[in-house]
Design a protein around this ligand. Structure first.
Ligand code: ADE
Length: 224
């Protein structure tokens, strides 16, 4: 999979994309993530990419020309499954959406910024708008990092243990059961005996019951 991220703040994406599992996925050749500085595509001699809104509102609006130039340059090289725009008014990112995006070959993510982007970008260039939740960020970079992280980790081979993506919270519509590690007792707080029993079938049954119970308590909406 290849992800091209278009932003005015490339440095904001360096560390989330450049360490841990996302770095390993890129090192192993399972994912390519390219970050493009929108300012490299503007025709403005001061590298400006925004301007005042028509109609006299406050704030600046991202202009269509550099965005179109960058997306066109990318599309001239390969086909893209989606051109994603990060925005609080998009469809809320959830696990089924991540699963479906993880099947894509090539994705563009355009990070929203300032007061917004010229609406023609959304009408003519963007194919999908994604929000990462009902709150407003200062820009779309963190949302783009969240999308890239949640999608790339699902690519086969990215996680060491293939099972671990399948047993995630949400992957079977349930929250994950609790996990524990050594020591079996700490300050008198004990790990549930069943996990120390070595009885695989009983442990699997306990895990499922715990997943159901935690989902019923914490996220009953997932059971509807
Ligand atoms: N940009 C600002 N807030 C956002 C959000 N919640 N999701 C995606 N992009 C955003």
């Amino acid at each position: 999979m290849r992800i091209d991220i278009i932003t005015v703040l490339p440095e904001m994406l360096e560390s989330p994309l450049g360490c841990s599992i996302l770095k390993r996925a890129q090192d192993k050749g399972l994912a390519e993530i390219h970050v493009h500085n929108l300012r490299d595509y503007t025709l403005n001699k001061h590298r400006k990419v925004d301007d005042y809104p028509f109609g006299g509102e406050a704030g600046m609006v991202m202009q269509i020309q550099p965005v179109d130039a960058c997306i066109s340059a990318l599309k001239a090289q390969r086909d893209y499954d989606q051109v994603i725009f990060t925005s609080p008014d998009g469809q809320t990112l959830d696990q089924p959406m991540c699963n479906s995006l993880s099947l894509a070959e090539n994705l563009i993510i355009l990070c929203g910024h300032y007061k917004g982007v010229d609406y023609r970008i959304r009408e003519h260039l963007v194919t999908m708008e994604i929000s990462i939740g009902d709150y407003v960020l200062t820009g779309g970079e963190l949302a783009a990092a969240v999308i890239a992280d949640s999608v790339v980790r699902l690519i086969p081979g990215v996680l060491g243990d293939e099972q671990s993506a399948l047993s995630d919270s949400f992957q079977d519509g349930l929250l994950a059961p609790p996990v524990y590690t050594r020591p079996a007792e700490y300050k008198g707080w004990r790990v549930p005996d069943i996990l120390l029993s070595g009885h695989e079938a009983n442990i699997a049954k306990w895990r499922h019951e715990q997943a159901l119970e935690r989902t019923r308590l914490l996220r009953p909406d997932l059971l509807d």
